[in-house]
Every structure is written in structure tokens, then in C-alpha cells.
Design a protein. Sequence first.
Length: 321
Amino acid sequence: MNNWPGIALPRLQAGERLVLCSVAQAQGSTPRATGTAMLFSLTGQWLTIGGGHLEWVAAEQARALLKQDNAPAWSLARLPLGPSLGQCCGGAVTLLHEVLEPADLVWLEPLNKALQTGQAASRRSLLLPAGERQVQIRLHSCAGSHLERRADQTQWLEDWPPAPLNILLFGAGHVGEALINVLGTLPCTVQWIDEREAAFPNRWPDNVSIEATDIPDALIEQAAPGSYFLVMTHSHALDLKLCQQILRRTDTAYVGLIGSQTKRRQFERRLQQRGLPSARIQELVCPIGASGITGKEPAIIAVAVAAELLAQAYRLGQLRR
């Protein structure tokens, strides 16, 4: 997931200047595809465009811009990977460097808000002569990041398609926190829900939103069709209540409950007593996690659960192979 806006936002809000380096064109064999991006400050860097000498050159160009008081807002450079950089890929990339300053928050803040909620978005950057730039944010996909060069203008179209997976995670315990750290690296949006506000950590990934509420019913009802539900709260009674309400929906992609086979049998009996159809109850996944991974440590459970969610998404065609 191209999450550079979430990384850049707090640094720009703190008054820092950054340079965004994007692969604007990728021709032939290249380490990363068009649209891949990384960020640079004078002393740090985040994300990757492929490593090696390419990133070293990108960093040199970025920091040269940051050291200029009146740097141009953008620059383009085409780099053949074999001859000029000594990399074995053999293709060529065109790198777009853009200086980001606190003034860019006017478009970056609404863009980041849209991405956090899983909306499709695109950024149209008109690259004007003399290093000037005009940015427009649109809340729809532009069918892939690409550079358009015409006789009279050049523009960079950066694309964020809608997140394919919408996940509701109930429970901010140790396993929940470990799972959030894994899901933060995947193409999804997550609502992380717990009634205990103090249970949430101070920081969480950019594709995660926090819901501190003791009335989760509305969140279950409002979830988009094809959503993924994970129930792992601190209370068995609450787990049962949540499962009952979630399973009354018939349009879920996945309903998972943390626990053992014994817990599953108990829940099956109680859900039947509450009138849920047996066929629907059988769609409850418990225990959760990819088969063959038996460790009990939170990090191991988190990886196993994330793998199971991805496998389901591929089966349903929500992710492409």
C-alpha cells in the first residue's frame, strides 16, 4: 500500500520539509513499478523504490533540493539502471522529485483522510515551467499512476484505488495489537474497535481508524458488504453478542472468532438457541489462523490470521493473483 501521505503528514504539520520521490515511469526490467514512492528528509528516509544505487542517487537528488532555499517544486530525471547505476535490472526509470512543505497540507490532509477511510483517490500534479506545480485531489481512481507528457504540459497522475479489504477488528488486547501491526502493511482498511479507550496504543498504522465505543452495533450494521469481521475481545459474553449480530448479516466475506474448538462448540449451541440458522453458524471461523501454524504467541497468531484473510480475499477475487 502506497502510504506515503500518512508518513508525510505529521512531519509537515511539525513544520518539516520533505521530498517525495516517485517512480513516474518504469521501462523494461525495473526493481519497482510506476507509482512506487519514498520520502526523504535531510536526515531520514521512508519506504523504498528498489534499493541499491538507485536509492542512493534518489537520496542525493532529494537532499540537494532540501538544501536549497528556493528549490523548484519538482524535477524529473530519467535513469538507465544498467549503464548509469550498475544495477542488473537493465531497464530505465524516470524519477519525479517533489518538494513538500507545510503549505502542501491544504491538499495532503484531505487526501490522507480519504485514504484512511478506504476511498479511491487520485492526485493530479500539473508540472509547470520554472519548477512550479499545481495539485488537485480527486476522490476517484485514475486507473493507474502514470506520467503524461504533451507538447504544452506535463502532468503526474498518482492513483490510490479503493482498498480491497474492509476489516472490522473487535478487541484491543495483545493479539489485536499484534494483528494491527501486520494489517498495517497490507492493502486494507481497518476499524479497530474496543470499549476501553485506554487499551489502544499511542500509535497505530495509517490504514487503521480507532473506534472507542461500548455500542458497536451501528458499526456492524454500517459495514460495507463483503467486509471481514474479527472478534477477539476481553469478554466471552461480548464475543457471543458480537458474533450473533454479525452472523445475522448474510453479506460478510469472513467472520472469525479467536478461541478453541471447545469455545466454538459452546458458541454453536448458544447461537442455535438464539435462532441463527445452522448453515450460517457453520460459516463462523473458529479457531482462526492459517492451518499448520500452531504457535500461541500474539505475533505468530497475527501472521496466521492475516494469512487466512489474504487467502480468503484471493478466493473471493477481492485480491488479484
